[in-house]
Design a protein around this ligand. Sequence first.
Ligand SMILES: CC(C)(COP(=O)(O)OP(=O)(O)OC[C@H]1O[C@@H](n2cnc3c(N)ncnc32)[C@H](O)[C@@H]1OP(=O)(O)O)[C@@H](O)C(=O)NCCC(=O)NCCS
Length: 147
Amino acid sequence: MRIRTFGPADLPTLSEIDQKCFPPGVSYPQDVLAAFIAHRSSRTWVAEHEGSIAGFLIADREPPRIGHITTIDVLEGFRRRGVGTELMDVAENWARNAGLRLIYLETAEDNLVAQAFYEARGYKKVDKVEGYYSNGQAAWVMVKHLK
Ligand SMILES: CC(C)(COP(=O)(O)OP(=O)(O)OC[C@H]1O[C@@H](n2cnc3c(N)ncnc32)[C@H](O)[C@@H]1OP(=O)(O)O)[C@@H](O)C(=O)NCCC(=O)NCCS
């Protein structure tokens, strides 16, 4: 598995992966995904296995010294093999090197797998936002303080 930075040619594949990873209303339309990736304070990393994309992560930074995971997506056939861990490691290292003091993210209330994944990395649920997703679902806000 190789982690590399995003290139513009990756966009259609990342959008397809996002549609596969999330239900409608939680996944992002391709133009919205493109806007997140293009934002000047965001970073996108791609996990590649033998030339095909297995997953990706988009992170962003906000004042004051806060990181945000916009999305992390690993294709079903590649899950539970450490791909998500590698992507999060890269994002957290970027955040530390940028001097950020915490990272937060939102995850759907019914996404127990993601909650287990983040909790195993030290993220804690701090707030629940009703109706966060466009399909009406609530989100947990989870936070990790970086050392
Ligand atoms: C959440 C997600 C990114 C995890 O990616 P992954 O590559 O499968 O994760 P890893 O293999 O690195 O797992 C690391 C640890 O997370 C936890 N974890 C991962 N998947 C889990 C599952 N299905 N059930 C319970 N714990 C799980 C485990 O502690 C795991 O360590 P272990 O395999 O040694 O037990 C992936 O399931 C995914 O893309 N899901 C769909 C999209 C999504 O929900 N994204 C996050 C929403 S905000």
